[in-house]
Design a protein around this ligand. Structure first.
Ligand code: LMR
Length: 340
């Protein structure tokens, strides 16, 4: 064999070895272009699978699987199985989970203005809240999350929050004196109870039932749907229908993950989220009423009459005065305009 031929053969063999090794990698080969890598995203939330949020997250996952022909899989983890209120934001920002859907008020540490979601007697119902979150003002507020590595995509309502407790029937603001309530987040919700002469403790959602059972707190503020799904009627005796404020979730994605999706896939996923949102919003009203009917069989339900409710509206004046400058007059006016 000629000397030059030997060198050529060694080089050719080395090149072949590099190519074979390269084919084992996931990216950049002819093979991986034909069968692109599957994308797996996790959607973590704290509510039960049978709530509007649980069912809509599942629907979103199903639609995405179907429309992307299985190329994108969204794995849903309900009931704080993967992350709870304490760690879901950190997990989202670290991209350990790609979607979460906390109540708007829980975003307080990122932007105080999200507390508008917890304001008492501002949003009339689910529709009024959705009109606000769908508006330019609502979208702009969601956009503020982008500077913190998150993208606010849409809102999912889950009814109006009501008062529940183990001690007595609550009909007037004075009835709250000395009682202690669990709240989902600090700020507005704490001040609502303070204005009523009651105490408030922020606890993660997964810790509410044991806290009620062990009488760490006397009561809570929650929607019919969460009261029913979390079985609070087992440990509490009185429910006052006051329609205090609205519970709406903001569906949030990790920004890097969201923007890193190939644009055709992102478009498809956006469309699936739009459909899941329509489904959630219809379901929320239906399940809200079904849950109330079930609760009436299990617990004492008292519905405030208009005058009684007015006394609570009056009692909330200090809360409005405190939060108008924090949240901004512009957002308040927009919400009021959309909730006449
Ligand atoms: C709560 O903490 O009370 C709720 O926000 C939980 C939920 O996600 O419905």
């Amino acid at each position: 064999m000629k000397k030059g031929t030997g060198v050529f053969l060694v080089l050719a063999l080395a090149l072949a070895a590099i190519l074979v090794a390269g084919c084992g990698g996931a990216k950049g080969t002819a093979d991986s272009k034909q069968a692109p890598e599957k994308i797996i995203a996790k959607f973590s939330h704290v509510a039960a699978p049978s709530t509007p949020k649980g069912l809509a997250a599942q629907k979103f996952a199903e639609l995405v699987k179907e429309r992307t022909n299985g190329r994108v899989e969204i794995q849903v983890f309900p009931s704080s199985q993967l992350y709870g209120d304490k760690d879901e934001f950190e997990a989202l920002q670290a991209n350990n989970v790609q979607f979460i859907a906390p109540s708007a008020g829980k975003l307080i540490s990122f932007d105080q203005r999200f507390q508008i979601g917890d304001m008492p007697f501002l949003f009339k119902d689910n529709q009024g809240a959705s009109r606000f979150w769908d508006s330019e003002a609502g979208k702009k507020l969601m956009k503020s999350l982008e500077s913190q590595g998150m993208v606010g995509l849409t809102s999912w309502p889950n009814g109006m929050r009501q008062f529940m407790n183990s001690k007595k029937e609550l009909r007037k603001p004075e009835d709250f004196k000395g009682l202690k309530f669990r709240v989902p987040a600090g700020g507005v919700l704490v001040d609502i109870f303070q204005a009523l002469g009651a105490g408030a403790v922020t606890l993660p959602f997964s810790e509410v039932y044991p806290a009620l059972q062990q009488k760490v707190v006397d009561g809570t503020i929650a929607t019919f749907d969460n009261i029913e799904n979390e079985k609070y009627a087992e440990v509490l005796n009185y429910l006052t229908v006051a329609n205090v404020n609205n519970l709406s979730y903001i569906v949030i994605a990790n920004k890097k993950f969201w923007e890193g999706l190939p644009s055709d896939l992102r478009g498809t996923i956006e469309q699936c989220l739009k459909e899941a949102t329509e489904y959630e919003r219809q379901l929320a009203d239906k399940l809200d009423q079904e849950s109330l009917a079930k609760l009436k069989q299990k617990i004492k339900v008292y519905e405030l009459n208009p005058e009684e409710r007015q006394a609570f509206v009056q009692a909330m004046q200090p809360v409005w005065a405190k939060y108008e400058p924090v949240i901004g007059k512009d957002l308040f006016e927009e919400a009021q305009k959309l909730n006449k």
